[in-house]
Write a protein that binds this ligand. Sequence first.
Ligand code: PLP
Length: 357
Amino acid sequence: MSEIKVSRTEKPRTIPDAAGLGFGHIFADHMFVMDYETGKGWHNPSIIPYDEFCMFPSAMVLHYGQAIFEGMKAFRTADNEITLFRSQDYLNRFNRSAEILCIPQVDIKMVYEGLKKLIQLDKVWVPDAFGTSLYIRPFIFATDPYVGVKVSDTYKLAIILSPSGAYYSGGFDPVSIRVEDKFVRAVHGGLGEAKTPANYAASLRAQVEAKKEGFTQVLWLDAVERKYIEEVGTMNIFFKINGELITPALTGSILGGITRRTVLELARHWGIPVSERLISIDEVYEAYNNGTLEEVFGSGTAAVISPVGELSWKGNNIVINDNKTGPLAQKLFDYVTGLQYGKVKDTFGWLETVAKI
Ligand SMILES: *Cc1c(COP(=O)(O)O)cnc(C)c1O
């Protein structure tokens, strides 16, 4: 494994206080980078000051979108330890996305070492208030200076860090979601199960229309029958119907969330009947009509759990659990965040300490 070179910034920036963090627009002082070239493999792992990239206008990613990313978090516990949650699962998914986008596999150990070193160097950027975190964004993009279509021969991998405010600073309020019946996100055999920018490009139009109508997000249906539920914009989705927790099966067009996996593992551990299967929007409305739709919530790294208070499908609105957070959503949120901030004992082996303040 090659040595990680470190060049520290000469101009460390002021860290904003937790109140002004928001999400995704403030970045820590350093980033991890590594390059790839066919024949040479991944090389030159380095930590350098966070700054602009230098690339050609013909860089392939700008024209054909060959790129992938991840989204994970580091937390500061009450004991001032910096921890990562299920990092190996995120890094394994990074390689799965790479496979789908014809991007060369990364050495997960190398990327993990780079990430650890980066967090150790920028540990003061991990905010300490409950609910705040250091959002970690690893990504890879194609850099060949070439405007023909092919698989790139050169890539850059980078990891940037963004201190983030509490997602629920305004309270744990249920969101309203529009069930999308015009646009689709992904199809079987496509890119749906990869974390790739293309899926987000495909989702923007629907998102804009939903926002215009006052909804927070859209719920995607399958692209063929427009019937089976897939996922929400940046989250997987769960329905509690008649005591059973149901989430769409990973059929190839859905992103396999790490939070989704956490929810499934916890629910099974708690003895709640769980199923991963096809679930149609008609089934959800039917459950609502016969009074068995107990809870609906999304799962994702950013929000952890996001209760859904209202669904709107073809102009037909239903209000779930009186637009209040259900007991299972609350229990999952409390447990997962409890683990992440070191208030609940980690019996699953999901956390590792990477630095101490
Ligand atoms: C990242 C993502 C999710 C949630 O996955 P987590 O690993 O739980 O953060 C769900 N859907 C899409 C499209 C995503 O990109």
